[in-house]
Each structure stands twice: as C-alpha cells, then as structure tokens.
Design a protein around this ligand. Structure first.
Ligand code: ADP
Length: 322
C-alpha cells in the first residue's frame, strides 16, 4: 500500500469545546508525517459542495483556546442518502484525499461509516458534550460542558439559598443523563432526573417537603432534557406538594466556551492518534479515551454497544442528594 499523501478533515453535527485543539493536532501531526490536510467546511455539507482548502500550520495557530470549530459545522440531512455519499467520494477523489478524519458525534459517525463502506479510509474522533459514545470514557467537550454547568449552578445556589427557593435546572442530554448526573454530584444537588433511571416525582416532592420542615431552605433539582422538561417537573411539584420553584434551562451555554485543560489535552491526543491510525491503514473506526489510553474501536462496536452510566455513580448521586 503506497503511503498516504493527503487526508480530508471535517467537523460535523453538534459542536463541542475541544474541537479546535483537535483540529490543530491533526494538522501538526500530518505535517510531522509529511501528509497534507484538506479541510472541508460545514461538515458533510462542505464535502458535498466541495467547499475545501488546504490547511497549513498557520491556519491552526492561536486556536487552541477557542470554543466551537473554526471549520464550521452543520447538519446535512441529504448525506443519509446514497447519491450524496457517492458525490462525497467523488470530491474526496477529486482532491486526492486517501483518507478522511471526521470529528463529531454518533450521527456523524454513521455518515463516516457510509464513506468507509464505499472504500475510503475513515477514522472518527468522538466530540459531543453528551458523552454518550461507546468506546470513549470521555468524549471531547464533555469536561468543559460540565465545568460550564457547575459554574452556573454554583451561582444559582447563592440566590436559591438567599431566597429559600427550589430551583429546577435543565441540562442538555437527549439520551444520556451523564451531564446531569455528574453536575448533580459536583454541585450537591438534592435530586437528579435522568433518562436512564425511572423517577417518582411524588417521592421527590415528599422528600423536598420533609427537608423543608427539617430546616433545609433551598433545593437544586437537575433534569436532563431527555428525562423531562424543567417546566414539566416544576408544574408537577407544584401540583403534588405546592412546591414553588424557579426554572433555568441552560441551553446552548453548555456547548460554548474555551475548552478546559482536560479537553485541550484530550483533543490534542485524539487528533494526533487519528492521523497515525489512518497512516497505519486503519479504517471504519474511532479513536477514544479508554482507561487513560487512546484506543481504537470499530464503528460496528461503537454502534452496537450502549454506553452505561454505571450504577455506582447513580447510587452516589442518590446518597449525596439526601
Ligand atoms: P452528531 O454527530 O452530533 O450526533 P447528528 O446526529 O445531527 O449529530 O448527525 C450529524 C450529521 O451526520 C447529519 O446531519 C448527517 O449529515 C450525518 N448523518 C447522521 N446520521 C446519518 C446516517 N444514518 N447516514 C449518513 N449520514 C448520517
């Protein structure tokens, strides 16, 4: 097999902090290996439009501390169809790319896998604040998102205790309660509602009522968006036990911000390793942090396994919330 000379790079799906350090590492490692990088803008949309440029070291200078992705990202429904995937392959061939690195979440890996199935070498890098990708103990961006969440909750706790109030805070997490659970542990929340665990609002309402009677003057309840909306929980607590609550939906602040030290280092490690694996002829796989090392998992393994939160963390949140 002749040595790879050019690789494509794109960022797709929901952005997360740490992608820029990762892009930077891809370019630095590629330069080190004498490989050129062709960057496609706006994820698969740019691959279809052939909207690309050759990325050099100067392009990634001064980006390590920046949130988001300098390559831009998008959702491209069209890419789910064969025609678009064939067009993407044509554009990769046109640009003489022998391989492709896709930075994104589970959805983006489906697109990446479709390209790999058509014969182009593809390696994925898991970037999502939800931390729901099997084969990655921590996806890129999750750590920064958790830090953003706890910073806000700490502030809310100040006002909650001053006014003796119950606050319900909604975090992101469509199918995963990771952010809600970990933020709950890190902020000392009284209750955490996540999609993975059945909850009983009557019990929660009763517990809050009893704790008020015992002198607990404020409460924080964290709800993952995949479990319920904060507004729904607020209405129910009011109906069940007359608990008046204030609602904060954190929304997109969780996605932005300068990447934490952890995400800068993780992004750098993942970006560099992805290039090296492409050069070692790896394809249809993802690089991810597993027990401190960067390991490779096939897309098949990633798609066919569900990442679990772990019963000990769920138990811990329960114990600490009482
Ligand atoms: P994320 O990568 O953050 O999970 P999405 O689920 O929105 O984000 O997926 C990002 C993009 O990946 C989609 O807009 C689409 O272009 C591509 N994609 C998602 N699912 C598939 C699929 N089944 N086949 C091909 N491409 C897909």
């Amino acid at each position: 097999m002749p040595k790879m000379k050019k690789i494509g790079l794109l960022t797709s799906g929901g952005d997360s902090p740490g992608i820029n350090p990762c892009i930077r590492a891809v370019v630095h490692e590629a330069v080190q290996q004498n490989v050129k990088v062709v960057a496609f803008k706006r994820g698969f949309a740019g691959l279809l439009d052939n909207d690309c440029f050759e990325m050099v070291l100067n392009d990634v200078s001064g980006i390590i501390q920046k949130g988001g992705t300098i390559l831009l990202t998008s959702r491209c429904e069209e890419f789910k169809y064969e025609e678009a995937q064939k067009e993407a392959i044509n554009n990769l061939i046109k640009n003489e790319c022998d391989g492709l690195i896709v930075i994104g979440g589970d959805g983006s890996f489906r697109g990446a896998c479709a390209i790999a199935d058509r014969g182009v070498q593809v390696v994925g890098i898991p970037a999502t604040i939800d931390n729901d990708i099997y084969g990655a103990d921590m996806a890129l961006g999750t750590d920064t998102a958790m830090n953003s969440i706890i910073e806000v909750i700490d502030k809310i706790k100040d006002t909650a205790s001053s006014h003796e109030r119950t606050f319900i805070i909604e975090t992101m997490g469509r199918n995963s309660g990771y952010l809600a659970l970990m933020s709950g542990i890190a902020t000392g929340a009284e209750a955490v509602l996540i999609p993975e665990v059945r909850y009983d609002l009557e019990k929660i309402a009763l517990r809050i009522k009893n704790r008020y009677k015992q002198g607990k003057i404020s409460n924080i309840i964290i709800v993952a968006e995949g479990a319920a909306t904060a507004y729904h929980v607020g209405r129910q607590l009011s109906k069940i036990a007359g608990i008046i609550s204030k609602i904060t939906v954190l929304g997109h602040i969780q996605r932005g911000g300068s990447p934490s030290a952890f995400d800068r280092v993780l992004g750098s490690r993942l970006g560099s390793t992805a290039v090296l694996h492409l050069l070692k002829d790896k394809t249809s796989c993802m690089v991810g942090l597993v027990k401190g090392d960067i390991k490779v998992s096939s897309f098949d393994t990633v798609f066919n396994n569900k990442k679990e939160l772990g019963p000990s963390l769920i138990k811990l949140a329960e114990v600490l919330g009482k």
